[in-house]
Ligand binder design. Structure first.
Ligand SMILES: [Zn+2]
Length: 156
């Protein structure tokens, strides 16, 4: 569920280690989020922005990209890859998409990223086909860092 205000937000504790570790390794940290509640009149754009301002105060993020549309209105609502393709300077083949919903994994797959499913037990089928499944963001970061290190070691 989407929180309505920053007061209802909380982060998994391991996020505070995982994101700085990824950033130290040279990754750019971009959040891509569907917010159809705005198009549906359940949430306001200002409400979403307040939550994102709070989030930026908690963890290091380079960018937050938002789809404010509902199904069928755009090319950016995940599982469509529009938000991931928005910055041509990012090498998607060397990027990782971390998500806990099938829409995240499918968007990452379509954009050509390596995909990491954080399985929190959400039963929002259809099932997806991630490159790896982990149980927390901390595990996701560890897997990515190990893989990125291996790639560097094998580079000429
Ligand atoms: Zn959109």
């Amino acid at each position: 569920m989407c929180p309505a205000t920053p007061n209802e937000c909380d982060l998994y504790p391991d996020v505070h280690d995982a994101l700085p570790a990824l950033r130290r390794a040279g990754f750019r940290l971009v959040v891509v989020t569907n917010q159809p509640e705005v198009a549906r009149g359940i949430q306001t754009r200002a409400g979403v922005e307040a939550i994102h301002a709070w989030l930026r105060g908690q963890v290091p993020l380079d960018e937050i990209r938002v789809c404010y549309h509902d199904d069928g209105e755009c090319g950016c609502r995940k599982p469509q890859p529009g938000m991931l393709l928005a910055d041509a300077a990012i090498d998607l083949a060397r990027s990782f998409m971390i998500g806990d919903r099938w829409r995240d994994i499918e968007a990452g797959r379509r954009a050509g990223c390596t995909t990491v499913l954080v399985d929190r037990g959400y039963l929002d089928a259809p099932p997806c086909d991630p490159d790896v499944t982990v149980s927390s963001l901390g595990e996701a970061a560890a897997w990515i860092l190990a893989r990125a290190g291996a790639t560097r070691e094998h580079a000429p």
